[in-house]
Design a protein around this ligand. Sequence first.
Ligand code: PLP
Length: 489
Amino acid sequence: MNFIETRGNDGRRPASVSFSQAILDPMSSHGGLYVPESLPELGLDFLRGHLDSDYKTLARAVLDAYETDIDGATWDRALARYDGFDDPARPVPVVRVRDDLFVSELYHGPTRAFKDMALQPFGVVLSSLAQARGERYLILAATSGDTGPATLETFKDQANVKVVCLYPHGGTSDVQRLQMVTEDAANLKVIGIHGAFDDAQTALKALLSSARFQAALGERGTRLSAANSVNFGRIIFQQIYHIHSYLELVRQGAISIGDRVYLNVPSGNFGNALGGYYAMKMGLPVEKILISSNSNNVLTDWIHTGEYRLRGREVQPTSSPAMDILKSSNVERVLFDLYGPERTRELMQQLDSEGGYRLEADELARLQAIFAADFASDAEVDAAIRETWAGGYLMDPHTATCLKAHRSRRDRDLPDIVYSTAEWTKFSPTIAHALSGEQDAHDLDALRSISAATGLPIPPMISALFDRPEVQDTVIDKADIETAVLDFI
Ligand SMILES: *Cc1c(COP(=O)(O)O)cnc(C)c1O
């Protein structure tokens, strides 16, 4: 299967590329993204056939259905990364919280956030391709918290790949910062920037589009790739757990094969939700995909009204920072799938030049046949954390945004699979605030007090962070990033 471009072809690039090419060089014509030419059809027989499959077996079958140019041994080595999750036999537990509310826990990997689900295997695939081609790659990442640790963790000590990770100094939680600055592998560099996440992100974008920087990298025998969710190499792994979660509900006796469910996704860049959409198109019986947001509710408005509007909006800091996003990159892949390349190019150009676009009524109707949406304020998130904990289940603030849509957006009385994207340990000050009103606690104090109050253990990879040496101590001004990156290379 080959990959084509969401904004059509510019006549200079190839009209379609292999999976390997799409992940090594993820930017396509007119600033678009790569998408599969068509999706595999899996259907109910596929689901029946995998009722007894473990996670890796199911994953291999989905990956094989894509018929990519990656060989089976490489896929298997990539999927073996799930053996490092808490329970290798069950890397993604699905917990019944209420009769109609199931939580699919995507955070049991090394960095305790769902980014590991895709980045862990993706790192193996990218490094294998780089080695096979004898090429060296630089991955540049700007992070507000979860992407950075997961990117560093997957590429540490991987041959032919170096990673530079930029983070806003003072703008992440203690746990997130420690997860980065205690990484000591020689192929990793972590750089704190004086400024906010947007400054780090803007500096990164400037670097990625600088011809001088590219030339300087070329002289050092290095190419640029990307590990954010514009890379289809991440999306391909994010379809599997939606299928797995559905099968878990069947195994738990909550549904029979063919019954419909809701998928409820706390969304930022829409990679997780896109994986659910593709799974639905491949034949997973989904009634609707519920898109949950925090107060940065651009997606809620888009799905309600058809208007995607950035103009006049500023990112608002919330207690679910991984969803503090206005320009959600994977929405473009949905536009392409529903409305085709010409319309996608037109809409995305309007978004760039005018700060917004509005769908036609028939276009909106097609969108609303698949998605529904709602958003939760920080106060509503706190209340949702308290309420579910009163029933014995502790969820992180991102996951907790889903309770609102769970109540407001299900037209039919069908089970709802909520995706839990982080463990409570990553956002312990918010949890402490929600449970006991404690203000501005430090992570270590909050971790200990919550653990004592709830009886939940702090996992070893989190508690060990506080004893490890902080080896990555570079903190610089934006203007000095280019020099620092080239010195590292
Ligand atoms: C990245 C992230 C999200 C958003 O996921 P998208 O795929 O970008 O929509 C939500 N929650 C957490 C904890 C995350 O790290």
